[in-house]
Design a protein around this ligand. Structure first.
Ligand SMILES: NC(=O)C1=CN([C@@H]2O[C@H](COP(=O)(O)OP(=O)(O)OC[C@H]3O[C@@H](n4cnc5c(N)ncnc54)[C@H](OP(=O)(O)O)[C@@H]3O)[C@@H](O)[C@H]2O)C=CC1
Ligand SMILES: CC[C@](O)(C(C)=O)C(=O)O
Ligand SMILES: [Mg+2]
Ligand SMILES: [Mg+2]
Length: 339
């Protein structure tokens, strides 16, 4: 088994007397900043004036412009959207770098050379393997989301110590961290979110929902069957793996799982997964995403609009409104929540 790192493997005191600037206060940014603050770390947030700025102030954090926060800090964690990082880095972070450690939660921009850090800085990543809102929520529940860490440049000889202390401070070492490289983190994260966690899952849910509705079944029933219950099933996998989930379902369902699963995720699907991975490894996916942003996202926006109008969203919104317990956390956490 790979070496896993837990709380006892980190030097808790390493961040004492150091200032950490969290740049961005979105999904990951708010979680890192608040978890570190609650772990006793001296944190400041770097932002532009706007919604996030107001929220961070409301949450009791010290907020500065990106340039000011960078200049003040010993450690700079860049938690801006990937597609905006290169510009903000060039204009506001790089000019204020002396010998701060530069950190990321995803290797995309460094791996694909959209950000080229100076040779004088430690460069590392701590990448939680979960959404930022859950990084915060689990921390508050005395739990955590696991993370990967990787060292790209170690000028001071202290980069690993920093990575582990940082991972501990955001609660990740309660769940465990694994050492990787920027290349491995970037390629596997992109593959996971596209093929399984986000793209694969939403496509599967929609195809199941549409199949039932097109066959004349009630949309509300189809929503419960293909989307709502998925969380309950995945919770069992999270707790006990595939076998743990199969323990709780009926033998009829388990037999259907065994014989029908491979009819849905066929060898063809796996072949396509390999093609998706190759596009990621070759930089084709990165190139498409970078160009899409340079063109102001025409394809992204068109698909997003179409997806938001899907019947599953309309039906789901109505049903969730009748189950306030389902999204009570979301309402508190999400700035400008869709519901
Ligand atoms: N989302 C996740 O859970 C995960 C993300 N990651 C990685 O973490 C990083 C951050 O992603 P994520 O948290 O999703 O990002 P978000 O989209 O949630 O970040 C948005 C934040 O960036 C701020 N921002 C945007 N533009 C600027 C600017 N020009 N100057 C200053 N602040 C700006 C926004 O402020 P404003 O309100 O002013 O717009 C907001 O606070 C990425 O590298 C991502 O790959 C890694 C693991 C999981
Ligand atoms: C699964 C999507 C993710 O990689 C994540 C939450 O880990 C992301 O980039 O948001
Ligand atoms: Mg991820
Ligand atoms: Mg990702």
């Amino acid at each position: 088994m790979a070496k896993m790192y837990y709380n006892g493997d980190a030097n808790e005191a390493y961040l004492n007397g150091k200032k950490v600037a969290v740049i961005g206060y979105g999904s990951q940014g708010h979680a890192h900043a608040l978890n570190m603050r609650d772990s006793g770390v001296d944190v400041v947030v770097g932002l532009r004036k706007g919604k996030s700025w107001d929220k961070a102030v409301e949450d009791g954090l010290e907020v500065y412009t990106v340039a000011e926060a960078t200049a003040k800090a010993d450690v700079v964690m860049i938690l801006l959207p990937d597609e905006l990082q290169p510009k903000v880095y060039k204009e506001e972070i790089e000019p204020n770098l002396t010998n701060q450690a530069l950190m990321f939660a995803h290797g995309f921009n460094v791996h694909f050379h959209q950000i080229v850090p100076p040779t004088t800085c430690d460069v590392l990543l701590v990448a939680p393997k979960g959404p930022g809102h859950l990084v915060r929520r689990t921390y508050q529940e005395d739990a955590g989301v696991p993370a990967l860490f990787a060292i790209y440049q170690d000028v001071t000889g202290e980069a690993r110590e920093l990575a582990l202390a940082y991972a501990r401070a955001i609660g990740a070492l309660r769940a465990g961290a694994l050492e990787t490289t920027f290349k491995e983190e970037t390629e596997t994260d992109l593959f996971g979110e596209q093929a399984v966690l986000c793209g694969g899952t939403t496509a599967l849910v929609k195809a199941g929902f549409e199949t039932l509705v097109e066959a004349g079944y009630q949309p509300e029933l189809a929503y419960f069957e293909t989307l709502h219950e998925l969380k309950l099933i995945v919770d069992l996998m999270y707790e006990g793996g595939l076998a743990g989930m199969r323990y709780s379902i009926s033998d009829t369902a388990q037999w259907g799982d065994f014989v029908t699963g491979p009819r849905i995720v066929t060898d063809e699907v796996k072949k396509e997964m390999k093609a998706v991975l190759k596009d990621i490894q070759d930089g084709q996916f990165a190139k498409g995403w970078i160009l899409e942003n340079q063109a102001n996202r025409p394809v992204f926006n068109a698909i997003n609009e179409r997806e938001n109008e899907h019947l599953i969203e309309k039906v789901g919104k109505e049903l969730r409104a009748m189950m306030p317990f389902v999204n009570k956390n979301r309402k508190k956490e999400v700035v400008g929540s869709v519901e």
